[in-house]
Ligand binder design. Structure first.
Ligand SMILES: NC(=O)c1ccc[n+]([C@@H]2O[C@H](COP(=O)([O-])OP(=O)(O)OC[C@H]3O[C@@H](n4cnc5c(N)ncnc54)[C@H](O)[C@@H]3O)[C@@H](O)[C@H]2O)c1
Length: 383
């Protein structure tokens, strides 16, 4: 393994599991986890400032198949090593945690290479292109005694906690239904968002699918419709392209026990706030039960508060407006902290894989016109 602080041999010698290993290595915190970032495009400009301030992370390498991007990022953030492909990065300067910020369709392959080389992985969504491949990655990670996590980290926000605790405390009575939506006019910089394996589901709905399954529990089955509204687009990297992946999706989830939720996403949604959520005042996500209602103000990835109404207090009241230190781009820093100190992390690979199965089932439901039964499950983060 890579850095002396985090010798993998010592985990193996101690016979610890991947899950328990983090507490061992945190014996003398804070230790710095050496980070290699792959994919130096748009989202890297959000991740890097957070990672640079994280006391548990030291970014040692930047990699991109467009080498000028790795160079630019390395210069801006004083990252000492830069590489044009993952093979060179894995063979180069030692590191512990791969932060994968590449095209959605590339994650599976790169995550696998990194795990095989004994690296922990924080991956942007999705972890893999299919549930089966994602489950294979998790098995491999367990064998290799490394950790694997996937974005998003919405379950870490104080507003997610507030909603989960309100539901758990029975404030909504018998929970019945939930709704969430997220859309804008679509990214215009890269084609992969519109190619096979892309779409608004893994790019946008993934947030609300994570929040609603996190609050209401794993889905048992999915019924869905998707469509392509805009068949051609112009994008920065490839010019005029054909849109293959859905750009419009409606997903119905059955959580069991009578609870049904709905998530919609799309790349053809008028949205005056564009990619910036900080001025969104609507309830983009809501949960209703027999005695109460919860509405998240703004998006779950940038929540501004939660409004609650109940039988006892029927007028909507805004609560949980404190942001704390939560930001959506903090997942890799939290992964580094978890590795360095053993601190609990509410984000789990099983949850990310369940959401991946919901997305896969959505595509299958559209193709077959049928309701699709799900097989994966996970433990609710705040149960
Ligand atoms: N842009 C955002 O605001 C945003 C926000 C949240 C999540 N995300 C997610 O982040 C990921 C990246 O999105 P983006 O908008 O930064 O895309 P982008 O196109 O701006 O950047 C992706 C980068 O990855 C590089 N790359 C692709 N394949 C590679 C490989 N095999 N090896 C090394 N580098 C490779 C590309 O050259 C490119 O520079 C996606 O999963 C996306 O869903 C993006």
């Amino acid at each position: 393994m890579s850095s002396p602080n985090l010798s993998r041999r010592s985990f193996v010698a101690a016979g610890v599991t991947a899950a328990a290993s983090a507490s061992l290595i945190g014996a003398d915190p804070p230790k710095k986890v050496k980070v290699g970032v792959i994919g130096c495009g748009s989202v890297s400009t959000q991740y890097l400032p957070h990672l640079m301030k994280c006391p548990f992370a030291e970014v040692v390498s930047a990699c991109d198949i467009k080498p000028e991007r790795a160079k630019r990022l390395a210069e801006k953030y004083k990252v000492p090593n830069q590489y044009p492909n993952i093979g060179d990065m894995l063979a180069g300067a030692a590191f512990d945690l791969l932060v994968n910020l590449t095209d959605m369709q590339e994650h599976e392959k790169l995550n696998k290479q990194a795990i095989e080389a004994g690296k922990h992985v924080w991956s942007e969504k999705p972890l893999a292109n299919t549930l089966a491949a994602g489950q294979g990655l998790l098995r491999l990670a367990t064998e290799k005694k490394v950790r694997l996590w996937g974005a998003p980290c919405v379950v870490v926000s104080p507003q997610f906690r507030y909603m989960a605790e309100a539901i758990n405390a029975g404030k909504l009575g018998r929970v019945a239904a939930a709704h969430a939506d997220y859309g804008h006019e679509g990214p215009n910089w890269s084609a992969f968002f519109y190619e096979k394996g892309g779409g608004s589901l893994p790019d946008l709905a993934v947030y609300q699918l994570t929040t609603l399954t996190g609050l209401l529990g794993p889905a048992k089955s999915v019924s869905a419709m998707t469509s392509v509204v805009t068949p051609t687009r112009k994008v920065g990297d490839k010019g005029d392209i054909k849109v293959v992946a859905e750009d419009n999706a409606m997903v119905l989830m059955d959580h069991g026990n009578g609870v049904i939720s709905h998530v919609q996403s799309g790349f053809n949604y008028f949205n005056p706030h564009g990619h910036d959520g900080k001025n969104e005042q609507r309830h983009t996500l809501s949960v209703v039960g027999s005695t109460g209602y919860l509405g998240m103000v703004g998006y779950d990835w940038m929540p501004l508060g939660v409004e609650i109404a109940t039988h006892k207090q029927p007028k909507l009241k805004r609560e949980s407006t404190e942001k704390g230190d939560y930001v959506w781009q903090m997942g890799a820093s939290l992964a580094a902290e978890c590795l360095a100190t053993g601190k609990d992390f509410l984000v789990s690979p099983e949850h990310a894989l369940h959401v991946l199965e919901v997305i896969q089932a959505t595509r299958e439901s559209q193709d077959t016109g049928k309701r699709v039964t799900l097989t994966s499950t996970f433990k609710r983060p705040i149960g």
